[in-house]
Design a protein around this ligand. Structure first.
Ligand code: GAR
Length: 195
């Protein structure tokens, strides 16, 4: 068994897909951490009976970041899963969990890092579109890739159709990759006699 936490800021559809997958696994989803009080992710967590920790950023980013760091350290997850968490994690947090933070991004990185990746890649008519899952490092959407999947745009889909294809790919693959990472960590624990 290994423990994970999910951080989300918005709709939380990836959080929900991960929660449902882990419910049928040996692993534990300790909590959802959310930085936006109005995020639908919180409603999903409450429906699924997943504990929610709200970290409101307000105007004091540094304070929120240290609250977040303290919460992460005290919950001590084996894996931190970013699922539409629209904040850059401070270096102190990344350094405390080296190689233990994963992120999903709706483009084929290194193309279109940052915000509005779907809209920007769609606007580039020749660009292949898809999703990337990667380990978080100190850059923005730059860490080592775990997997990438391309979405078909050869039939000239509209932007909403393309968004749906991207989200479908995310929900199909991200929970599986998260579970795989937890399996790997669990095996490492076993080899070190920690389970
Ligand atoms: C997802 O499409 C995810 O790839 C994206 O936010 C969306 C969250 O949706 N993440 C980023 O753009 C990170 N740079 P969700 O809240 O429904 O899971």
């Amino acid at each position: 068994m290994a423990d994970c936490l999910v951080l989300a800021s918005g709709s939380g559809s990836n959080f929900e897909a991960i929660a449902l997958r882990l419910a049928n696994s040996p692993h534990r989803l300790l909590s959802l951490i959310c930085d936006r009080p109005e995020a639908f992710a919180i409603v999903r967590a409450e429906r699924l009976l997943v504990p929610v920790l709200r970290i409101s950023y307000g105007r004091r980013r540094e304070e929120a970041e240290s609250r977040l760091e303290r919460a992460l350290v005290s919950l001590a997850p084996d894996l931190i899963v970013l699922a539409g968490f629209m904040r850059i994690l401070p270096a102190a947090i990344i350094d405390r969990f080296p190689g233990r933070i994963v992120n999903i991004h709706p483009s084929l990185l290194p193309a279109y890092p940052g915000l509005s990746a779907i809209e920007r890649s769609y606007a580039d008519a020749g660009a292949p579109m898809g999703i990337s899952v990667h380990i978080v490092d100190h850059g923005v959407d730059t860490g080592p890739l775990l997997a990438q999947f391309e979405a078909d745009r050869t039939d000239g889909p509209s932007l909403p159709e393309m968004e749906e294809r991207i989200h479908t790919l995310e929900h199909r693959h991200y929970p599986h990759i998260v579970e795989e990472q937890l399996d790997i960590i669990d095996r490492e624990h076993g080899m070190r006699g920690l389970t």
